[in-house]
Design a protein around this ligand. Structure first.
Ligand SMILES: [Fe+2]
Length: 141
């Protein structure tokens, strides 16, 4: 699975991070297809989770900064994805990764970008101002 131009949310740094996620997913899919052993698959999932944690934190900071009204719901979706990856990490130690799991991951990433991520990016593109008033107005001491 590869990142496509239509997945662009219009924020270059976020697009680059999404491309890294696609690269991890592709690596995972290829490793499953090539019969990689459990430790190889587990290692990719751990790296994927670590990168997703950083990426989600960046997105969540942007949403907070720009006062995006859907922030809480979006964070719930990120947390649900984490739970799924944790479960998959656990499973990868015991059973074979199924085609259904791969399809779930693919579907999740594409629909999340196309619906949720484009939602907050559009909010920013529509001219939302960063919520910096308090910090900017604070007296230096
Ligand atoms: Fe997101």
């Amino acid at each position: 699975m590869h990142w496509k131009e239509e997945y662009s949310v219009g924020i270059e740094d976020i697009d680059k991070q999404h491309q890294v996620l696609f690269d991890y997913f592709t690596l995972f899919e290829n490793s499953v297809a090539n019969g990689a052993n459990w430790s190889g698959l587990h290692f990719i999932l751990v790296q994927l989770r670590d990168f997703a944690r950083i990426h989600f934190a960046v997105e969540e900071s942007l949403m907070h900064l720009f006062g995006y009204p859907g922030t809480a719901d979006h964070i719930s979706l990120h947390q649900a994805f984490f739970r799924k990856i944790k479960q998959l990490e656990h499973e990868s130690l015991q059973t074979d990764v199924t085609q259904g799991t791969l399809e779930y991951l693919h579907h999740w990433l594409v629909t999340h970008i196309m619906n949720e991520d484009k939602g907050y990016a559009q909010h920013i593109a529509n001219g939302a101002s960063p919520i910096l008033t308090k910090a900017a107005g604070r007296k230096a001491n």
